[in-house]
Design a protein around this ligand. Structure first.
Ligand code: HEC
Length: 233
């Protein structure tokens, strides 16, 4: 057997080899292939090169929208001032603190962030460690006495609602941790009206006066010291 004969006989052994073997093409007649091509051509868009430009009317539409939005903001934003939408806001008022100061809201926030860790959110304190502020005469009684506690702190034995405590109450009035008269007015007023407490507010002026009165006092008060100046009601 020559080389030539050998190759031919191999090809005859594998009749289905190659991409278009006799068997495949026989399955689709010209009609079928034509129909399939028609379907494909119908369902696909003609390919084009590059991309089509944005319709010009859309450019005008967006341009118009941006222009309108600019005018809308200029007229209706109130210059982005926080108080712009409160009823008594005056046009042209550039004072950024136009929002009224609410001592109860401010006081509640100060309380949560500073006092609640010890005296608890409900003002009940912790038995044996931190005295309650709810229903405490130290809070609802003499306003100077309460103000002095916050301005210098308190230490040593104290009786609150019949229970004895002996700890350290931090000061909020001295330099460094010094709170403003306004914040002290807020925390005093809030605690005197929170929970079931029902005592009149303590004004900023009162805080300022007490601060001036005790300017020379260093260190924390003792309860006895406060009671000799302001006996329990
Ligand atoms: C680190 C814990 C702690 C923090 C914070 C604290 N206190 Fe006190 N407070 C005490 C302790 C302890 C006493 C009792 C002091 C003593 O034994 O002489 C006390 C006493 C008081 C008293 C007098 C007793 C009473 O219960 O009525 C008042 C009023 C008071 N604190 C208010 C406040 C307010 C308002 C704040 C937040 C601005 C505050 N305290 C933050 C620990 C704390």
């Amino acid at each position: 057997m020559s080389n030539e004969d050998h190759r031919r006989s191999n090809a005859e052994d594998m009749p289905n080899s190659g991409p278009f073997s006799e068997k495949d093409t026989a399955a689709y007649g010209d009609d079928t292939i034509h129909r399939i091509h028609q379907q494909l051509a119908r369902e696909k868009e003609e390919p084009t090169e590059g991309f089509s430009p944005v319709p010009i009317f859309l450019l005008f539409l967006f341009g118009g929208l941006v222009f309108w939005a600019g005018i809308y903001l200029a007229n209706g934003s109130g210059n982005f001032l926080p108080g712009a939408f409160t009823p008594d806001f005056k046009v042209g008022d550039t004072n950024k603190t136009a929002v009224a100061f609410d001592p109860l809201k401010r006081g509640e926030r100060l309380y949560k962030n500073n006092c609640a860790a010890c005296h608890q959110a409900n003002g009940q304190g912790v038995a044996g460690a931190f005295p309650p502020l709810a229903n405490s005469a130290w809070v609802t009684g003499d306003e100077s006495r309460f103000t002095k506690i916050l301005l210098r702190g308190l230490q040593g034995p104290i009786v609150v609602n019949g229970e004895e405590y002996n700890g350290n109450m931090p000061s909020y009035g001295e330099n460094g941790l010094g709170w403003s008269d306004r914040d002290l007015h807020a925390i005093l007023t809030y605690t005197r009206q929170a929970w079931d407490n029902d005592a009149p507010p303590v004004t900023e002026e009162t805080v300022a006066a007490v601060r001036a009165e005790i300017a020379g006092k260093n260190g924390a008060w003792s309860a006895a010291e406060l009671l000799s100046a302001h006996p329990m009601e």
